[in-house]
Design a protein around this ligand. Structure first.
Ligand SMILES: [Zn+2]
Length: 389
């Protein structure tokens, strides 16, 4: 790979013919059409988020004559350059010069480019940038792009994978899953965490269809001209979840729906019953882990470990231990009721507090509360033998 350092390109040159696509949230072209600002493998523009703090910082740096860092172009041909790194900064410059956002002046007043004093405008336009033009094989450049990661916000995993496996498949995938204008995003966000812009919906869709082998799946489908399988599988999962659970709870966001679909979608559920069960568990103060409720119900309401049912606190355990032990000593029997019923040497053994565990007399799953009246101390062996309830 060959690189040439350019020091004479100005902000004005870069922003000549700047086009910003509002719908896709992308800066498209610059350098009088010669520069492609957002090639396929680049992520969407994110400097405008967080109230535009990042894009304003770019302009303020230029005004104070601070460097804004190295920019890398990929020389595709004599008449065509692509931005490898610096897309966010260039888009900030272009958006500012075309009055897409304002900065705050010394007095905290909003200031658009067109309203600035001419000398200030010229200071921005005549600023030269440090640009490396790179020439090389696509694979070299992509490999290198994967390792540089210079920009302010590091690329996340999916953004890197999109860069590495760029092609028609990724383009179609992004059209469907990374487009914040897609009306389905709202529905999907009930079950999936993250933002379309940062590729987190695409990542989830790929994760589900590939059973966790995203990179492998992307590499196999890289040249595909359709995303039918990806879309169909994703929609099957979403349709399944929303038909089993009529309720939408915030704890549903980010659950492993792909795995749960694989495990449970062949079982039949009655949505009305599911909903009643869900409401009951949501109202139960002893259920600590509400995220576990969904898999608990899917699995037939058996595995209470998923719910992390509240355990007895130390004070309760100590109080119960004290009364239980005092009674046992009077009778000359073991302070573990199960040991006391036995016939071996433990039948009159007094266990220490540390040798015992608290147990629900009536199991939580049968309506037993986690309070002192339903607490019994058992020796560790007998407690374990009573099993997980
Ligand atoms: Zn015992």
């Amino acid at each position: 790979m060959e690189t040439t350092l350019k020091t004479d390109i100005t902000v004005k040159d870069i922003c000549e013919g700047f086009v910003y696509n509002e719908l896709e949230g992308k800066g498209l072209f610059g350098l009088s059409g010669k520069l492609t600002i957002q090639p396929e493998y680049q992520r969407n523009y994110i400097y405008a988020s967080d109230n535009g703090k990042k894009e304003m910082a770019v302009i303020e740096s230029i005004l104070k004559e601070y460097p804004i860092g190295l920019i890398y172009f990929n020389k595709v041909s004599e008449s065509n350059l692509e931005v490898l790194d610096g897309q966010q900064r260039i888009t900030s410059l272009g958006r500012f010069i075309t009055d897409k956002f304002a900065i705050k002046d010394e007095n905290g007043m909003e200031q658009y480019f067109s309203g600035m004093a001419e000398d200030k405008q010229n200071r921005i336009l005549n600023t030269t940038l440090l640009i490396y033009e790179c020439e090389g094989k696509e694979s070299e450049i992509k490999e290198w792009f994967k390792t540089i990661n210079i920009a302010g916000v590091p690329l996340n995993n999916q953004e890197l994978l999109n860069a590495v496996y760029s092609g028609p498949f990724v383009t179609l995938g992004k059209e469907e899953f990374s487009n914040s204008q897609n009306a389905n995003i709202q529905k999907w966000s009930a079950y999936i965490k993250g933002s379309a812009n940062r590729q987190e919906f695409l990542e989830r869709a790929l994760d589900w269809v590939s059973k966790g082998n995203i990179g492998d799946y992307m590499s196999r489908h890289r040249s595909d001209k359709n995303i039918t399988e990806l879309k169909t599988y994703f929609n099957s999962v979403i349709d399944w979840v929303s038909s089993v659970f009529n309720d939408v709870e915030s704890e549903m966001r980010g659950l492993e729906w792909g795995r749960l679909y694989e495990e449970y979608h062949k079982k039949a559920y009655n949505p009305a019953k599911v909903s009643a069960e869900l409401r009951k568990l949501y109202a139960d103060p002893y259920v600590k882990n509400r995220k576990g409720i969904f898999e608990y119900i899917l699995g037939g309401s058996v595995d209470t470990k998923l719910l992390e049912v509240r355990v007895f606190d130390e004070a309760t355990k100590k109080a119960v231990y004290k009364t239980q032990t005092a009674k046992a000593e009077k009778k000359g029997k073991s302070n573990c009721s199960h040991c006391a019923m036995g016939h071996n040497a433990n039948k009159n053994k007094i266990w220490s507090f540390g040798e015992m565990d608290a147990d629900h007399v009536t199991a939580w799953s049968k309506g037993g509360a986690t309070d002192i009246k339903n607490c019994e101390m058992l020796c560790k062996t007998h407690n374990r033998a009573k099993g997980n309830r």
